[in-house]
Design a protein around this ligand. Structure first.
Ligand SMILES: O=C1O[C@H](COP(=O)(O)O)[C@@H](O)[C@H](O)[C@H]1O
Length: 230
């Protein structure tokens, strides 16, 4: 499988061009099937992209948006990826999109897997667009190399679509789509900014196993387009 890199001069140029690219794919899906789906990541990197995407002119009422992963905190908590999406992506034109949260009322993430799986069976996989981020430890979505659940999360022979994870090097229980669910999309993007992340990715691809650096597992299993700016 291949990694194709597009380099931008700045995070804002990246956001402008990438948001148009995503909008074009979603529009195409809507014209073919009457609906489209978009998986976004949390963390700090996507902020300018969310703002650029929110003002794109597409029929957002036909788009389902969800997250690649969620921290198991209330959606009012500063650490909530849902909060980030609601405040920055589900605004302006994109406020009409249908957002499906990963956080449920369950106290433990593990207890929510069955309900969420039923929900996303109705949404339907594969997703039209998956945008992944990456942490400096090589985790992507909430597939953390330090977690006891990493083998299960990366097992593409398992039918599991979602997995509850507990990182030991980062706070909060998590809910994450599995590698199998993420790479089933025809359009998997990796969105990174900064030289440090680019070096981590390069090192992961050259010197580590999939279990040690889960981002490598994604690149091993599907074609990934890296959108990168310094
Ligand atoms: O914990 C998470 O981290 C990664 C990377 O976040 P960033 O702040 O370094 O951009 C993110 O992709 C993931 O969705 C998030 O839950």
């Amino acid at each position: 499988m291949s990694l194709h890199t597009t380099t931008f001069s700045s995070a804002s140029e990246l956001a402008t061009v990438f948001s148009q690219r995503i909008a074009d794919i979603l529009k195409q899906a809507i014209s073919e099937r009457g609906k489209a789906s978009l998986v976004v990541s949390g963390g700090s990197t996507p902020l300018p992209l969310f703002k650029a995407l929110s003002i794109r002119s597409i029929d957002w009422s036909k788009v389902t948006i969800t997250l690649a992963d969620e921290r198991w905190v209330a959606n009012t908590d500063a650490a909530s990826n849902e909060k980030l999406v609601r405040e920055n992506l589900l605004q302006d034109k994109a406020s009409k999109a249908n957002f499906v949260p990963l956080k449920t009322v369950h106290e433990n993430a593990e207890d929510a897997v069955q309900q969420l799986t039923a929900t996303f069976n109705k949404v339907g996989l594969p997703f039209d667009v998956v945008i992944l981020g990456m942490g400096e430890d090589g985790h992507t979505a909430s597939l953390f190399p330090c977690s006891a659940q990493i083998e299960a999360g990366l097992d593409v022979n398992s039918p599991a679509m979602l997995i509850a994870t507990q990182p030991t090097t980062a706070p909060h229980q998590r809910m994450s789509f599995t590698l199998r669910a993420l790479v089933s999309s025809a359009n998997v993007f990796l969105h990174l900014t900064g030289q440090k992340k680019r070096d981590v990715l390069q090192d992961a691809l050259e010197n580590y196993t999939d279990l040690e650096k889960p981002i490598k597992a994604v690149c091993d299993k599907t074609n990934v387009e890296l959108m990168w700016a310094p």
